[in-house]
Design a protein around this ligand. Sequence first.
Ligand SMILES: CC(C)(COP(=O)(O)OP(=O)(O)OC[C@H]1O[C@@H](n2cnc3c(N)ncnc32)[C@H](O)[C@@H]1OP(=O)(O)O)[C@@H](O)C(=O)NCCC(=O)NCCS
Length: 189
Amino acid sequence: MFHVETSRLVLRNWREGDVERFAAVTNTAAVMRWLGGVMDADRLAAFEGRVFGYQQDLGHTFWVVERKADGGHLSGEMLGFCGLKLIDAPGATFTGEMEIGWRLREEAWGQGYAKESAATSLDLGFDRFGAGAIFAITNIENTASWGLMTRLGMARRKDLDFVDPRFEPPLGDTIVHSITADEWRGRPG
Ligand SMILES: CC(C)(COP(=O)(O)OP(=O)(O)OC[C@H]1O[C@@H](n2cnc3c(N)ncnc32)[C@H](O)[C@@H]1OP(=O)(O)O)[C@@H](O)C(=O)NCCC(=O)NCCS
């Protein structure tokens, strides 16, 4: 069972019933603004299938993020997800590369939780799961998301930008950042 702790957080695999608790705190207009809006039951079921599928098939997923101070899973409190999958967005030319992604409930923004869970995910991606480089994708307008990519030391990859046809234009205008294992390990303290 995957369970990794950072100084303030727990990253863990999804369990039965988690997606309902996750949706209760993250399936909101603010959180889903750049992600196609609030998910209906069909989209939520597809989301559940994907996160469980990744952890089963890949050994990593967009892990559940909880705060240790809340008592972890015992309290049922969830901040959201952060973790690793493989790029499978239609339109991307680099499918199969490792992707880092994040989505936190609104009350958890602005406290460094996303950066803390992302830094641990990058460590895991390079050290445990053997990635040579890790990629992150987002809508060009999603400054909170690409700001985090920049704060992590990821480099803008204009050469890889693409249009994701699953979203209405301009929501599908996707920008790409990446970082190599050497760049991550050699980052300034
Ligand atoms: C993208 C997202 C995860 C970023 O979360 P975030 O909280 O802004 O990111 P960070 O964890 O890096 O936190 C940064 C902020 O916390 C502050 N902070 C407070 N305590 C901190 C600490 N101990 N360590 C680091 N930063 C801290 C920073 O100063 C910064 O504040 P600022 O934004 O006012 O400059 C969040 O906006 C989100 O979930 N959005 C909705 C879903 C989404 O769009 N996901 C991406 C799809 S591609």
